[in-house]
Design a protein around this ligand. Structure first.
Ligand SMILES: O=C(O)CCC(=O)C(=O)O
Ligand SMILES: [Fe+2]
Length: 198
């Protein structure tokens, strides 16, 4: 029988978010981090914000089981075919989440100056009520959530090494999330967001 993993359901309005702190055992997560750090063709893209061009404050890579491009923040990414290690991680998640992911966006946060600004993953290729499975490897970083209209509704949490954060239902319509910069000395962090691109 498939073992059940411990998780907490976030007690927040108008969303469906679960956090699995030890989805992958620490040593397994260490190996994933080291392999992905080395074998990923990390790219540095420029983003356009209010007409000005900036270097995106993190490195990224896109993988998928198809060749459909994925566009966000004026960036169009073309996927690499899934690697062995990403297929292994994807299938472990799919045992617990009854979804088949098509795509994985990888983020490398090199240090505390790297970040991911307030956004929702609501591109139309993701369809209505997207399911996003987000794996954290390496350094711990803060994750912030804020409701689009209810100003009292906000949340801060740490995303730990080997954890899985699952966002589904109406979450991307009603909430935004970010990884803020930090002045604390922090090491590298890799984040994997598995998505379904229709
Ligand atoms: O790094 C993270 O935990 C979040 C990544 C994220 O929100 C995204 O890539 O859309
Ligand atoms: Fe996101």
């Amino acid at each position: 029988m498939q073992e059940k993993k411990n998780f907490t359901q976030l007690d927040l309005p108008d969303c469906d978010i679960q956090y699995y702190p030890n989805f992958f055992p620490s040593e397994v997560a260490d190996t994933f981090f080291q392999k992905l750090r080395i074998e990923t063709p990390w790219q540095q893209d420029d983003i356009k914000v209010f007409g000005k061009v900036y270097a995106q404050p993190r490195l990224t890579a896109l993988y998928a089981n198809n060749d459909r491009p994925y566009a966000y923040s004026n960036i169009i990414m073309t996927p690499h075919p899934f690697s062995k290690i990403l297929l292994e991680i994807k299938s472990e998640i799919e045992k617990h989440v009854s979804q088949q992911f098509t795509t994985c966006l990888l983020n490398l946060y090199r240090d505390g100056k790297d970040s991911n600004g307030w956004h929702a993953d609501n591109e139309k290729e993701l369809g209505k009520d997207p399911v996003i499975a987000s794996v954290s490897l390496g350094a711990e970083r803060m994750f912030h959530l804020k409701h689009n209209t209810k100003s009292f509704a906000k949340h801060k949490m740490i995303l730990e090494h080997g954890s899985l954060l699952l966002m589904q239902g109406e979450t991307q319509h009603t909430w935004k999330h970010q990884i803020p910069k930090t002045a604390k000395p922090v090491g590298e962090r890799i984040n994997l967001t598995f998505r379904i691109i229709k």
